[in-house]
Write a protein that binds this ligand. Structure first.
Ligand code: IMP
Length: 428
């Protein structure tokens, strides 16, 4: 039975939540390995519509064990709130576990995320201000506090005292803001610890044992490859490895155990926050896509920037992740457009280039070279077979597949579970 990683192949918001929810029907375990509650995975199913931030999107299937791995940063208040909301709506969380090695987002991370963004002025990154960057900074700087630390109250107090002294120095001296109280944070986090204790486990061992037993395990990526700390449009990225490499270090899983890597692409491009977006549309087509698809951030409500499909980025993401297959989401959003453009290369300084430059200011100067394809101008949201799609829609999909050099396995034509076209089964 396979281990399948599902990775965002653009700038996040590709529709991974729906894909995971669909695939989870036939799997034993779903594991999140990176990011935090900056993610917002939308799932629409018989329980209703959900915006998942930390809990894996497999939670709606009773047979699935859901794991929040060590690579995820956890805001305990956000996680407890999400668990409470799920329970209220009849979703069971008795098979949810969080890694004892997962780092915790602390109040000073959230405060510093905001203060750092303000201080960047016009160079702000447009972060979600959930404390993600500062938390990963502390993880790498060995100043982090992990979920397992909450279970040892005495040593937690010593650790928090040490870390908070350092943070309060930065908060007061660099940003001239009010210091945070040790007692308040300690009391609050001890309470969180008591509530989270039943969920905290050595999840790395759980994942390894599930793989050894031959179970089918889905690795749920967050954000997207173009937001990856190494391969994204640095510095306009998130602070973690959002590509498949993050799955190994974020779970304690060997790379040789991953059988398939599925990239999720939207049929067009969106981005939320700052940074270059070569195919961005500033005209009424961009507005039309945004309104038809309700392209507003799940976590922050910010309008998403919309553009044509960028196959230069697509090919790059396919290579970085070694994609063995792709899912194409929101194809139905393009139903009304008379013609569609796909970016096949960039023009930079008089030269044609076919892979994105690593430097963001160079990328911002890249002009997309487009290929134009006919639109299909008809509703496809009720169609369930590839051969029933209008010829122009099939040609569009086949052309994208060719350009990103990766076989298309699944096409999503609407938010509901049944609105899908299976080209080839991903999980048998
Ligand atoms: P951070 O992850 O909050 O530090 O934000 C860094 C960048 O990543 C910003 O441009 C955010 O808008 C973007 N970002 C973070 N999480 C997501 C996501 O789940 N979807 C889309 N963009 C995201």
């Amino acid at each position: 039975m396979p281990v399948i990683a599902v990775i965002g192949a653009q700038w996040g918001d590709e529709g991974k939540g729906k894909i995971i929810d669909l695939l989870a029907e036939k799997v034993n375990m779903v594991v999140r390995f990176s990011g935090g509650n900056n993610a917002g995975h939308t799932v629409v199913n018989p329980y209703g519509e959900f915006r998942m931030h930390l809990v894996p999107s497999g939670i709606f299937h009773r047979q699935v064990t859901c794991i929040v791995g060590n690579g995820v940063v956890i805001d305990p208040a956000a996680l407890l709130e999400e668990i409470e909301q799920l329970e209220k709506r009849g979703v069971k969380v008795d098979k949810l576990y969080i890694s004892d090695r997962a780092h915790l987002i602390m109040p000073y991370h959230i405060l510093l995320d905001g203060l750092e963004e303000e201080s960047r002025g016009s160079g702000a990154l447009g972060t979600t201000r959930k404390g993600i960057g500062p938390c990963y900074m502390d993880k790498a700087g060995r100043l982090g506090i992990r979920s397992g630390d909450l279970l040892e109250k005495e040593s937690f107090l010593d650790r928090l005292r040490l870390v908070l002294e350092n943070k309060n120095r930065i908060i007061t001296r660099v940003y001239e803001a009010q210091p945070l109280s040790l007692e308040e944070i300690y009391d609050k986090y001890c309470q969180y610890g008591e509530r989270l204790a039943p969920f905290i486990r050595e999840t790395d061992v759980m994942v390894q044992e599930a793989v050894e037993r031959g179970e089918t395990v889905l690795l749920e990526g967050a954000q997207g490859t173009m937001l990856d700390i190494d391969f994204g449009t640095y510095p306009y990225v998130t602070s973690t490895s959002a590509s498949v490499g993050g799955a190994c270090s974020g779970l304690g899983l060997s790379p040789v155990k991953i059988d398939h890597v599925i990239g999720v692409f939207k049929a067009y491009t969106t981005r939320v926050g700052s940074g270059p977006l070569p195919t961005e549309l500033f005209d009424e087509t961009g507005d039309l896509i945004r309104e038809r698809a309700r392209e507003y951030g799940t976590t922050t409500g910010r309008p998403r920037r919309c553009g044509w499909f960028d196959a230069v980025m697509g090919r790059f993401a396919a290579r970085v992740n070694g994609l063995s297959g792709a899912c194409l989401t929101r194809l139905d959003v393009l139903d009304v457009l008379p013609s569609l453009k796909v970016c096949t290369a960039y023009r930079l300084g008089g030269k044609t280039i076919t892979s994105p430059p690593s430097n963001s200011s160079l990328l911002a100067r890249c002009e997309p070279i487009y290929e134009e394809l006919p639109g299909w101008q008809g509703d496809i949201d009720g169609l369930r077979r590839f051969e029933d799609l209008p010829a122009a829609a099939r040609s569009y999909v086949r052309r994208l597949e060719e350009l990103i050099a990766c076989p298309m396995k699944l096409i999503s034509v609407g938010p509901r579970r049944e609105q899908k076209i299976v080209v080839e089964e991903i999980v048998n």
